[in-house]
Design a protein around this ligand. Structure first.
Ligand code: ACO
Length: 401
C-alpha cells in the first residue's frame, strides 16, 4: 500500500477497513457480544436468561432505558403505548396504493417513513421527554403497521387488535384475527414469538443498526432512521436471510433433498450460491441464538403437531457442514436465521413476512441505539475513503470523446 494514498487532507492517516471488519464506530453500553465464545448479553443479562424468562416488552424496556423494569414501570410503559396505538386513517390510503404483490419489507419501510407526516412532533427531539414520546409512538404504531402489511398481503380488512392483551399477544391478534371469528391466542405460538422477538432484539453494530445510527447522526429523526434500518435489514446477507433460508431449503426439497449437492455448490468458488443461514461476521464458533432457536423449532413443531420435512433437511445440512473442512476451516456455523424461518412457518407466517418479523423484534434495539447515539451527542457519521480513481483529466467536449 502506498502510504501517501492513505494520507487524508489534514495529513493524518486514514484507515481502510472494507466492511468495517475491525473498526468500531462508537462506544456503546447496550449489547455485549463475544464472537469467539458465543456470548450475547443485553445490558449485561445473558440472552439465554432473557429468552427463557422475560417478556419482549420487558426486554424492550431493558434495551432502551438500561434496566429491567419494575412491574410499575412496565405497566406505565404499556399504558403509554396503548394511548398511542392509533394510526392515522389516511395511512390506510397509502397502504391501499401498494399492489398486493409488493414485498412486505418495502411496504413496511415506506409506511414507517410515511408516519413522519402524521406525527411531526416526533421529528425534532431536543429533550429526553421528546425522545420518550417519539419512542412510545413508534413502539405503539409499528406493530400495527406490521399487522396491516400482512393483512394487506392476505387481502383481509385491517384491525386494531385488543388492548386487554399483552404486547405480543395483541400483535398476534392484529395479524391473524379473521373478521367473523373469535381469536384465541395459542400459548405455544405466543411463547415462541416472544422468544424469537427477544433473540432478534439487538445485536450491536450490525448493518441495519449502523444504518440507524448513521442516519440518526444527521438528526434526521427517529422514524426516518428506523425506516432506513428496515431497508438495510431487507438484504439477503442480513435480515433477508431468514426468507432466503426457507426458499433454499424448499428448493433443496423439491430438487430431491440431496443436501450434498448443495454443500458442493456452496463450496464451488465459480458458483455464487451460498448456504443461506450459515456464517456470521462476528460469531466464529457458534451463534448462541441459533442454539436456543434450534431447540425451540423442535418444541414448537412438536407442540403444534407439525411435521416439516424442511426441518430434516436443515438438520442434515447442519450435520454435514459440521463435518466438512470447508465450513469448519472458515468457521461457518448456522446463524440465528437458519432455524427462525422454520418456526415462523409453523406459526402460520408467510415466508415473505419473515424479515418483517425480524424488524419487529429488532425495533427496540434500533431505538435503544438511536437514543444512545443522541444522548451521547455523537457527531455526524461521515467515513473517509482512499481515492483510487483517475488523477486530474482535461475535459473533452462531447463531440471529441
Ligand atoms: N456459504 C458458503 N461459503 C460462505 C458462506 C456461506 N453461507 N459464508 C461465507 N462463506 C465463505 C466465503 O465465500 C469466504 O470464502 P473464501 O475465504 O474462500 O473467500 C469465507 O467464507 C468468508 O466469507 P465472507 O463473506 O468474507 O465473510 P463475512 O464475514 O464478510 O460475511 C456473512 C458474513 C455475510 C453472514 C456470510 O457468511 C454470508 O453471506 N452468509 C449467508 C447469508 C446469511 O446467512 N446472512 C445472515 C447473517 S446473520 C443476520 O444478519 C441476522
Amino acid at each position: 500500500i502506498d502510504i501517501k494514498k492513505l494520507r487524508g487532507e489534514s495529513g493524518g492517516l486514514i484507515t481502510l477497513d472494507p466492511g468495517f471488519k475491525n473498526t468500531g464506530s462508537c462506544e456503546s453500553a447496550i449489547t455485549f457480544l463475544n464472537g469467539e465464545e458465543g456470548i450475547l448479553r443485553y445490558r449485561g443479562y445473558a440472552i439465554e436468561d432473557l429468552a427463557e424468562k422475560a417478556s419482549f416488552l420487558e426486554v424492550a424496556y431493558l434495551l432502551i432505558f438500561g434496566e429491567l423494569p419494575t412491574q410499575q414501570q412496565l405497566d406505565k410503559l404499556y399504558a403509554d403505548i396503548k394511548k398511542e396505538s392509533h394510526v392515522d386513517e389516511e395511512m390506510k390510503k397509502i397502504l391501499d396504493g401498494f399492489p398486493k404483490s409488493a414485498h412486505p419489507m418495502g411496504v413496511l419501510s415506506s409506511l414507517t417513513s410515511a408516519l413522519i407526516a402524521f406525527n411531526p412532533s416526533a421529528v425534532n427531539v431536543d429533550s429526553e421527554e421528546d425522545m420518550y414520546n417519539a419512542i412510545i409512538k413508534l413502539l405503539a404504531k409499528f406493530p400495527v403497521l406490521v399487522a396491516w402489511t400482512l393483512r394487506k398481503r392476505n387481502g383481509q380488512p385491517l384491525d386494531y387488535g385488543d388492548s386487554s392483551l399483552t404486547y405480543v399477544d395483541n400483535i398476534l391478534k392484529m395479524m391473524f384475527k379473521k373478521p367473523s371469528e373469535n381469536y384465541e391466542v395459542n400459548k405455544v405460538v405466543s411463547e415462541a414469538l416472544n422468544k424469537l422477538l427477544i433473540l432478534h432484539a439487538d445485536h450491536e453494530q450490525n448493518c441495519s443498526t449502523s444504518t440507524v445510527r448513521i442516519v440518526g447522526s444527521s438528526h434526521a429523526g427517529l422514524f426516518a432512521s428506523i425506516s432506513a434500518g428496515i431497508s438495510a435489514l431487507w438484504g439477503p446477507l442480513h435480515g433477508g436471510a431468514n426468507q432466503a433460508v426457507i426458499e433454499m431449503l424448499e428448493g433443496i426439497k423439491q430438487d430431491g433433498g440431496d443436501t450434498k449437492k448443495y454443500m458442493q455448490k456452496a463450496k464451488d468458488k465459480e458458483d455464487p450460491f451460498r448456504l443461506m443461514g450459515f456464517g456470521h461476521r462476528v460469531y466464529k464458533n457458534f451463534d448462541p441464538r441459533a442454539k436456543i432457536i434450534k431447540k425451540s423449532a423442535d418444541d414448537v413443531l412438536n407442540s403444534l403437531g407439525i411435521e416439516d420435512p424442511v426441518l430434516d433437511i436443515a438438520k442434515g445440512l447442519e450435520k454435514e457442514a459440521l463435518e466438512d473442512s470447508y465450513f469448519v476451516d472458515r468457521k461457518l456455523y448456522p446463524n440465528v436465521d437458519f432455524y427462525s424461518g422454520i418456526i415462523y412457518r409453523a406459526l402460520g407466517i408467510p415466508t415473505e413476512m419473515f424479515t418483517v418479523m425480524f424488524a419487529l423484534g429488532r425495533l427496540p434495539g434500533w431505538i435503544a441505539q438511536w437514543r444512545e447515539m443522541r444522548l451521547r451527542k455523537e457527531p455526524i457519521g461521515r467515513p473517509r475513503q482512499v481515492y483510487i480513481g483517475e488523477n486530474h483529466r482535461e475535459f473533452k467536449d462531447i463531440n471529441n470523446r
